[in-house]
Design a protein around this ligand. Structure first.
Ligand SMILES: [Zn+2]
Length: 678
């Protein structure tokens, strides 16, 4: 069969030939590419020559190129332009891919070769990037038990199996609890306060279930507007308590034992691999490096944010007192925050939108990228795209050298998942002095144009676009030798630095003046609106910070605490202890956070929740460097590009950061930006 996925891409810049790819090409292409990758690895594994960095580490790094290419095309499409058929293929090929990954990780011959090179590393002349690659490969095996004896290996596999089952079960229990509940309202009076959009959505939900009136569920798009706007306090209390009791009701869907089992097994696994706790295991591959560092970072921030949080809580409480509320409860938080925000700032999101026509914002971002990094974006029409709405650009530098292909896909469609993300169709790498440039893509779900109006973005959409574009710059400016260390392939708590950093330009007049113009009159955005945006973005920042820190510290207590997990018996009690320093609202005894804390018990964020605040500290501190020298200072931008954006994961993040900033990051800039430090 003439399968375009298995041929060399002969398109411009070797971009993916979307117009030739049909769904039936994927499965045979995956099969063939896996076979090829296995053969490549087999060939050098069975090699009897002495293992060297080149014949082992580099060869492994560059093996399976075709497979990586096909995977990125396929899984990107499955996110941005999917259908039943693609989803079915995804289900079939995913196990093939995880089997293949396991074949590599458990390949003892391969490990022996990598280990030989690793143990000899002092005697070979390696660049920092090469040392990083060697270390990563070696660790990949070791962290999966390659150095254990056979019995312990068996134990480890057993633990991994149990853990993957448990995390699935954790998610299923929450889903079951979420789906088991609906709030059916038939008296419209009870909906007072709710905006029309949310009301219509609730009505539609009722209609779908062939019922009269309005239905609300525990899904966020239904739950959040309800808690933010419904005037009826008893209804808010009811829904909040049901939400907070998910998987904590001593029924079939209870997650208490699941939580205890997960933390116990993670701890055992870490001990088996010679780490003190699960957090020590996880953080070894993070910028923060140790749980001690995460905890001291969190506590330091806590000490500084807490007074502000308490002040804000008092302010919110006295605001609510006008409604006769004596004690502010959890179900009052979102509701009165929204009301107070409106009273203080009266920032009308709708009035902002005319200043943010999508085309103007994109042009603005390109201008900013040009001012900072001398990049030029030229829209091109001669490469394939997977949907007619996708825009394609050729990116060049000031010498006119080709830097990257940039895809931008802005509007919601059936077949596109929610949210916004950056991804790549091809990584960057160097072979034989040839620098093979990347193909980067951003995918969003922004307000669509209508027959009478162009696409006018909300301010939130503007910051989202800047955020994803920051990730895209990380990808586009990549300049490393090895693809696994290129661009956004960095430690988790470092990856949000470029994206969050770029968001800062959205709040600066000098930057807004470049693009925030009324789409009909060309009038620049009024300065008082900009000030309002700034002020309102700091609204209740102390309370927000406390909340984030409380989740991060809970995560660290479960996974890196002094308690041996096998001694923990009471989930709620343990949680209350971990929350002791961070709570503003009275506790709700029948509710529990941990039993529904999907980030850490279902997703891959265990010992990682702190990363949100960590990244904020980094981006605020980094932006401070720009503020000190001017937000369009080309030298500062150059230092950032040379030491961070182009370096990917070739060096430890702290080293890269210090090279850019001249010092370690500290939280002062964040606290100042958030208005928490006078
Ligand atoms: Zn991001």
């Amino acid at each position: 069969m003439n399968n375009p996925l298995l041929q060399k891409f002969n398109t411009k810049h070797t971009t993916a030939p979307f117009s030739q790819i049909k769904n039936e090409h994927f499965k045979p292409a995956f099969k063939e590419a896996i076979k090829k990758a296995k053969a490549e690895i087999g060939a050098f594994t069975n090699n009897t020559s002495v293992p060297t960095f080149e014949n082992t580490i580099e060869t492994l790094e560059f093996s399976g190129k075709t497979l990586k290419r096909i995977s990125s095309v396929f899984f990107n499409l499955n996110s941005a332009e999917t259908n039943d058929e693609i989803q079915k293929i995804a289900q079939e090929v995913s196990p093939w891919l995880s089997d293949f990954a396991n074949d590599i990780r458990l390949n003892e011959e391969l490990y022996k070769r990598v280990k030989t090179v690793y143990e000899n590393r002092k005697n070979i002349d390696l660049t920092a990037e090469q040392q990083m690659l060697l270390n990563n490969q070696y660790k990949m095996f070791v962290r999966n038990g390659a150095n254990l004896n056979d019995d312990d290996k068996e134990t480890l596999r057993g633990i991994d199996k149990k853990l993957s089952k448990l995390s699935l079960q954790f998610g299923e229990n929450i889903l079951a609890e979420t789906n088991a509940f609906e709030l059916h309202i038939t008296d419209e009076n009870q909906l007072k306060g709710l905006p029309d959009g949310a009301k219509e959505a609730a009505q539609l939900l009722a209609k779908e279930k062939e019922k009269q009136g309005w239905i609300f569920t525990l899904d966020y798009p239904s739950y959040i507007p309800f808690m933010t706007y419904i005037d009826d306090r008893s209804l808010r209390e009811k829904l909040a308590k049901i939400f907070g009791a998910r998987a904590f009701q001593n029924n079939d869907n209870d997650n208490q034992q699941v939580v205890l089992d997960i933390v116990k097994l993670r701890h055992q696994r870490a001990n088996l691999l010679d780490y003190k706790t699960h957090s020590h295991f996880v953080l070894e591959e993070r910028m923060a490096e140790t749980p001690e560092k995460v905890i001291s970072f969190s506590n330091e921030l806590l000490a500084k944010a807490k007074p502000a949080a308490e002040r804000e809580f008092k302010q919110l409480s006295s605001f609510a007192q006008k409604d006769g509320i004596q004690q502010l409860q959890k179900w009052d938080g979102a509701y009165y925050s929204e009301k107070l925000k409106k009273e203080l700032f009266d920032l009308d999101q709708e009035a902002l939108k005319p200043y943010f026509k999508l085309e103007n914002v994109i042009e603005g971002i390109f201008t900013i990228a040009n001012k900072l990094f001398c990049l030029q974006f030229k829209e091109i029409h001669d490469i394939d795209k997977y949907h007619e709405e996708v825009k394609t650009y050729e990116v060049t530098n000031s010498n006119g050298d080709f830097i990257a292909v940039f895809y931008a896909d802005f509007f919601p469609r059936k077949g596109k998942r929610n949210g916004a993300w950056m991804t790549s169709y091809k990584d960057q790498w160097k072979v034989d002095d040839k620098n093979s440039r990347p193909h980067i893509s951003i995918v969003c779900n922004f307000t669509k144009p209508t027959e009478t109006k162009p696409s006018l973005l909300t301010f939130n959409e503007v910051t989202t676009l800047f955020h994803e574009f920051g990730h895209a710059l990380h990808g586009m400016l990549a300049n490393t030798t090895y693809p696994s260390l290129s661009g956004t392939n960095v430690y988790w708590d470092f990856v949000e630095l470029p994206s969050q950093l770029l968001e800062n330009w959205c709040y600066e007049k000098e930057a807004l003046d470049l693009f925030a113009k009324h789409y009909e009159t060309d009038e620049p955005i009024p300065m008082e609106m900009v000030q309002k945006i700034k002020d309102s973005s700091n609204f209740l920042e102390g309370m927000q910070t406390l909340r984030q820190l409380s989740f991060g510290l809970l995560d660290m207590s479960w996974h890196g605490g002094e308690h041996s997990p096998s001694k923990i018996k009471d989930v709620k009690g343990f949680e209350s202890e971990a929350f002791a320093d961070t709570q503003l609202y009275p506790d709700v005894v029948e509710n529990c956070m941990s039993t529904a804390f999907s980030h850490i018990f279902q997703g891959g964020y265990s010992s990682g929740y702190y990363s949100y605040k960590w990244a904020e500290v980094l981006d605020a501190d980094a932006f401070e460097a720009f503020k000190e020298t001017g937000i369009f200072n080309i030298e500062t931008a150059k230092r950032f590009a040379e030491n961070v954006l182009s370096q990917g994961g070739t060096e430890k993040p702290m080293i890269l950061y210090k090279q850019f900033r001249g010092k370690e990051p500290n939280s002062d800039a964040l606290l100042k930006r958030a208005g928490l430090l006078k």
